[in-house]
Write a protein that binds this ligand. Structure first.
Ligand code: AMP
Ligand code: MG
Length: 408
């Protein structure tokens, strides 16, 4: 393995240093369970009941006492009818109870016989054609959730199934962490907004601001409240003004562009004039320049301007940072070992994150242009290959694939 140049920070070091700054935001909110998708639980949810509350039938059929069915030729009378939402009395000796899916099993019954295994006689009595096993087709009280169990743990991000589970223990409100308030702006005099200038009217050197769109969308997906401060011109005073405005009432200021050390890159001196800043050169490709600092009480993160660098550094560094602010306990994306169906002949000194796509043969195809300006690669691709520094790839080699689905 190639050791990165001195001065280049390994990604894992950068991430550990960054996360050390991310203290979970104080304060718990209570939101309606209906509205809690994507939020992070601020407390354990403990069940005050069994789910299901009682033993109940998982079939339409008959509740029986197995000991009553010693002679399969004999028919037993139907002593009661129990539909879902009602509850019957104890099962009378030598009888069966008509029962439907979800209805409580009557006291004394120890199995359900599905109606397909029963013959109803002319007089209404029921003949059971197969000897039932004790417990068959009975869903036990508490088999999903036992009273007192921790159903969902603090730090867990709530998804659709989790909302259903919380509702199943009777919770219509959930304690969640506060949404991080994030101020977003883009730097660059070349940037114009779609809708403001038509493609035919673009001046030489102008480009559309694409970072603003995906960064905003990424922030929203991660549960942030976003204040979009638009485009800030490449001037020190304008950059200082934007930062000063953003620092109050935000947990994080996120910018793209202007973090190199060129004459037109004003992020570094602007942040330093108001607070503190470390400019990092991270040993990854795409995405080398990255800045972390503080302006007043707000965190500051400066992403590179190249769209793919911005996108990838967001996923690898900003995402875990924001999840930690929200108290999320698990943020490491699952990865898969998959065969490369491509050649990567030129090893880089930096750890690379290649835009790839799974193919029908179970392998990975590579987007042909891996330039940090080619945003098409991130749309064509469905994930990243995490390729160690100094590593070439031949077809058939096993590589580490991180699906975008794990990161978005
Ligand atoms: P910078 O990091 O400011 O030197 O920008 C690096 C490259 O990314 C330049 O080619 C910029 O034009 C481009 N770039 C910077 N910001 C954006 C943006 N918001 N949308 C699209 N491209 C950008
Ligand atoms: Mg720039």
């Amino acid at each position: 393995m190639t050791v990165p140049r001195p001065g280049l920070k390994p990604l894992d070091t950068a991430l550990a240093e960054l996360l050390a700054f991310a203290k979970p935001l104080p304060g718990t909110e209570h939101v309606a369970t209906f509205d809690a998708d994507g939020r992070v639980l601020a407390q354990d949810l403990i069940s005050s009941l069994h789910v299901p509350p009682q033993d109940n039938s998982s079939m339409d059929g008959y509740a029986v006492r197995c000991a009553d069915i010693t002679n399969p030729a004999a028919a037993l009378p139907v002593s009661q009818r129990i539909a879902a939402g009602t509850s019957g009395g104890p099962l009378a000796p030598a009888s069966v109870a008509r029962i439907f899916t979800g209805a409580p099993v009557p006291l004394g019954a120890d199995a359900i016989v599905m109606q397909e295994d029963c013959e109803v006689q002319a007089d209404g009595a029921v003949r059971i054609t197969n000897q039932p096993r004790t417990g068959q087709w009975i869903r036990r009280a508490g088999e999903d959730v036992a009273l007192g169990a921790v159903v969902l743990a603090q730090g867990q991000r709530l998804g659709p199934a989790a909302l259903g589970l919380a509702a199943s223990i009777g919770l219509d409100q959930l304690p969640v962490s506060r949404r991080p308030k994030v101020a977003l702006f883009s730097t660059g005099d070349e940037l114009v907004m779609p809708g403001q200038v038509a493609p035919a009217d673009m001046l030489p050197g102008a480009i559309y601001n694409s970072n603003r769109f995906f960064l905003r969308a990424l922030l929203l997906r991660l549960g942030c409240d976003v204040t979009d401060l638009g485009i800030v011109p490449d001037r020190l005073d304008a950059t200082v003004d934007a930062l000063r405005q953003a620092a109050s009432h935000h947990d994080l200021i996120l910018t793209s562009g202007g973090v190199s050390v060129g004459e037109e890159d004003h992020i570094k001196p602007a942040v330093q004039s108001l607070g503190t800043l470390d400019l990092w050169q991270i040993a990854i490709k795409p995405g080398k320049p990255f800045a972390y600092g503080q302006v007043g009480a707000a965190h500051f993160i400066g992403l590179p301007g190249n769209p793919v660098s911005s996108f990838v550094t967001f996923l690898l560094l900003v995402r875990p940072f924001l999840l930690k602010l929200q108290g999320q306990s698990q943020w490491v994306p699952a990865r898969m070992a998959l065969p490369a169906h491509f050649t990567w002949a030129k090893a880089d000194k930096r750890r690379e994150f290649l835009r790839v796509r799974r193919n029908a043969a179970g392998g990975l195809d590579l987007f042909p242009n891996q330039s940090s300006g080619v945003l098409t690669s991130a749309v064509w691709g469905d994930g990243l290959v995490d390729n160690p520094a100094g590593q070439t790839i031949a077809p058939g080699d096993t590589v580490q694939f991180i699906p975008f689905a794990e990161l978005l």
